[in-house]
Design a protein around this ligand. Structure first.
Ligand SMILES: Cc1ncc(COP(=O)(O)O)c(C=O)c1O
Length: 458
């Protein structure tokens, strides 16, 4: 750990215990044990308040720090930008805002316009608002319903929870925003039927829901390209082609939530690019600047953009939306350097290579440990689902899943697991290392999982 961090930070622990409310965690245990405080990161490792080193297998806990820690060139770009101009409201442009939009659209040839916000939830809300406004402008308000998929997550606000397919995230926060309707999940390992072509079957279930609701009432469909917190679900063969056909058939806008997959995580710039589909909205956040600054983007097409400027005489005929911190310049300044790093260091290629190694290592663990029922993933975005019995696929008790995570943590290796997602199904170990991982680091990560599985399940 660097000498810049004082040895004794007991005051920090006390201040944390007394006044900080951590995310997604029950605080009762902190009455007797110290809360975890992470004080420094470098490369793919972080150090906690006790000086203990950890290999970070989840890019800052929630698949975010894609280019790794300690990137001085990002920090310098942010510093220079803050001195030049930290902020101006987003009704005006900024130098990094325009430059990053240009770089981004270069990576997304099917898209045209970038709208800046400050979180993934907020980016998703922008797309929802646009779908609703289009419904009002073109369809007398009728085509206002938005479909989402079981197991997907789109954010923490009440409306994004209303579009959330994870009952444990939603419970106790209702009533929800009306007009959001669930479609079935597409996890083949837990297929609802046995079908020769499960991908097509799963996509056809979306059509069933559209027909049940009435196509004239459905304006949008929001999907993760690869479901993240709902269990690392890679949609099966044939799924996306059919989804695109269904959207075209019923004039439904396709919104792809790339908050996790976006900017390299799956080995392409965007997850949807694996499948040759053409979305109407793409939202992204976490990896856009790898957490060096808060930035999220809602990206759309000229077809959508033009609907908001076709009658300049009408004072209501534009997107009447604002995001105060969408005007911060640190975000796009950091995002520019982040994207340059991915290009210069060939990190997409590394993600594909290291992702293949991670999957191969997890499959080798599956041979050894009967508790691993399924291994899945794309790029450096992988999961291993733990089951009591491979035939019945009964999920293991989530306390055991947490015990595996805790054992790895004790070894100095940070992995993740699905958390307060689906009742009884928080049983998938999650891996999302930085896109810079090398082969030794991948092996170090999976060796720790091997030891933890041996200890917890023997
Ligand atoms: C797929 C997906 N969409 C949206 C969000 C919400 O992003 P944020 O936490 O930045 O609001 C998340 C957060 O984990 C996510 O995983």
């Amino acid at each position: 750990m660097s000498t810049a961090i004082p040895n004794d930070i007991s005051d920090v622990i006390e201040a944390d215990r007394n006044h900080l409310w951590h995310h997604m965690i029950q605080h009762k245990p902190f009455e007797t044990v110290d809360p975890r405080v992470i004080v420094e990161g470098n490369g793919v490792r972080v150090w906690d308040a006790n000086g203990k080193e950890h290999l970070d297998g989840v890019s800052g806990g929630v698949w975010t720090v894609n280019v790794g820690y300690g990137r001085e060139r990002i920090a310098n770009a942010v510093r220079d930008q803050l001195i030049q101009l930290p902020y101006f409201a987003g009704s005006a442009g900024s130098i990094p805002g325009a430059r990053f939009a240009d770089m981004l659209i270069d990576k997304m040839p099917e898209m045209d316009r970038v709208y800046y916000t400050n979180s993934g939830s907020e980016a998703n809300e922008k797309a929802f608002k646009m779908i609703r406004q289009i419904a009002h402008k073109r369809y007398g308000g009728k085509k206002h319903k938005i479909l989402f998929r079981e197991r997907d997550y789109h954010g923490t606000t009440i409306t994004t929870l209303s579009a959330g397919g994870q009952p444990e995230r939603n419970a106790q926060y209702g009533p929800y925003t009306p007009g959001f309707v669930a479609v079935p999940h597409c996890l083949e390992y837990r297929a609802q039927v046995s079908s020769e072509n499960y991908g097509e079957w799963a996509a056809n279930q979306i059509e069933e829901v559209i027909l049940r609701e009435g196509p004239e009432t459905v304006g949008g469909l929001c999907l993760e390209p690869v479901t993240a917190g709902g269990g690392v679900i890679v949609p099966p063969e044939g799924y996306w082609t059919r989804v695109q056909e269904i959207c075209a058939k019923y004039d439904i806008l396709l919104h792809i939530d790339e908050v996790v997959c976006g900017v390299g995580r799956t080995g392409t710039w965007f997850g949807y690019q694996h499948y040759g589909i053409k979305p109407d909205f793409v939202t992204m956040a976490k990896g856009v600047a790898s957490g060096y600054a808060a930035i999220a983007c809602m990206v759309t097409t000229d077809r959508v953009f033009d609907m908001f400027k076709d009658n300049a005489e009408d004072p209501m005929n534009y997107f009447r939306d604002i995001s105060t911190f969408g005007g911060c310049t640190a975000g796009p300044a950091a995002a520019i350097e982040n994207m340059k790093i991915i290009e210069e260091e060939d990190l997409l290629e590394n993600t594909n290579k290291m992702g293949a190694r991670l999957i191969a290592n997890l499959e080798a663990l599956q041979e050894k440990h009967r508790v691993i029922g399924d291994v899945r993933g794309k790029g450096l975005f992988c999961g291993a689902e733990l089951v009591v019995d491979r035939d019945t696929k009964e999920p293991v008790d989530e306390k055991k899943v947490q015990a595996v995570v805790a054992d790895c943590m004790a070894q100095g290796i940070i992995i993740g697991a699905t958390n307060r997602s689906l009742p009884g199904f928080n049983n998938t170990l999650c891996f999302s290392p930085a896109l810079t991982y090398n082969a030794d680091e991948i092996d170090e990560l999976t060796a720790a999982v091997d030891k933890a599985l041996t200890r917890v399940f023997s």
